[in-house]
Design a protein around this ligand. Structure first.
Ligand SMILES: Nc1ncnc2c1ncn2[C@@H]1O[C@H](COP(=O)(O)OP(=O)(O)OP(=O)(O)O)[C@@H](O)[C@H]1O
Length: 256
């Protein structure tokens, strides 16, 4: 498998505050990697450095083997706050088409947006405006917009943190389905330990500030997951305990 993203000793300091310290890891093409870390540990700083929105003070970010300088063309980001990420004066269809403007013919753009909206179950809402939709539906639109762009790498910054628990489960399953269908490489940041294990091929556990990689854990669960069976199985329960212990600085019990 080829490497899509490589971070080499990535560091960032704001004035005299070290936000991230010497982070090194890779993400393979087609992988869904989750990053979990305590609040304020530097996860957004990390994603902004990968997205080319922030010039790190140390180390490097390589995408397809080339250093990231400025926002890469084939990268999309889904943020937590859907209410600020959609344009209220545009229809859902136009919001999804927006990043594609000037990049392709109108017909191709419209078809791509329609397909992405169907993928997220919102084909019937194309002509509505964002404020006519629930929070969960607005976040689906934000996801459709990112998918229509067909990025090589999709970054997701706590994408489901602002929706209720039931909607969160639905959106998690939607993301897994899209990942299975499209094979998009995804890097998802979350506070939620269970979510990181449920979604990830891998879970990268970050320390408190400045963020360092505490562990890089493969998730040895079948790829077809469901909210009831997967969350109840032994591997899931063991892994979430391991992540929780790492985050709380507790020792990991030795199993024989
Ligand atoms: N522009 C900035 N100037 C100074 N300090 C900053 C700036 N942005 C972030 N920080 C600090 O750097 C640290 C990491 O911030 P960051 O937003 O990356 O963390 P986070 O893990 O995403 O936080 P949260 O979990 O609360 O979303 C925090 O202590 C924050 O106060």
């Amino acid at each position: 498998m080829s490497t899509m993203l490589e971070l080499a000793r990535l560091s960032h300091v704001y004035g005299d505050h070290a936000a991230i310290a010497e982070l090194s890891f890779t993400v393979d093409t087609g992988e869904l990697a989750c990053i979990v870390g305590p609040s304020g540990c530097g996860k957004s700083t990390l994603l902004r450095a990968i997205a080319g929105l922030l010039a790190p003070t140390g180390g490097s970010v390589l995408l397809h083997g080339s250093p990231v300088r400025g926002v890469p063309d084939d990268l999309a980001v889904v943020f937590q706050d859907y209410s600020r990420s959609l344009f209220p004066w545009l229809t859902v269809q136009s919001n999804v088409e927006f990043p594609l403007r000037g990049r392709m013919r109108r017909k191709v753009r419209q078809d791509r947006a329609r397909f992405a909206l169907a993928q997220v179950g919102l084909a019937g809402a194309a002509h509505k405006h964002p404020q006519q939709l629930s929070g969960g539906m607005q976040q689906r639109v934000a996801l459709a917009r990112a998918l229509a762009y067909q990025p090589s790498l999709l970054l997701l910054d706590e994408p489901f943190a602002s929706v209720d628990a039931q909607t969160r489960f639905e959106l998690e399953d939607l993301l897994l389905r899209v990942h299975a269908e499209q094979g998009t490489t995804m890097l998802l940041v979350t506070h939620d330990i269970d979510e990181s294990v449920y979604l990830g091929d891998r879970v990268l556990v970050l320390s408190g500030s400045p963020a360092r990689v505490l562990a890089d854990l493969p998730v040895d669960l079948p790829r077809t997951r469901d909210q009831i069976t997967t969350r109840g199985c032994e591997t899931f329960v063991e892994l979430r305990s391991e992540v929780a212990r790492l985050l709380r600085g507790l020792p990991i019990p030795v199993t024989t």
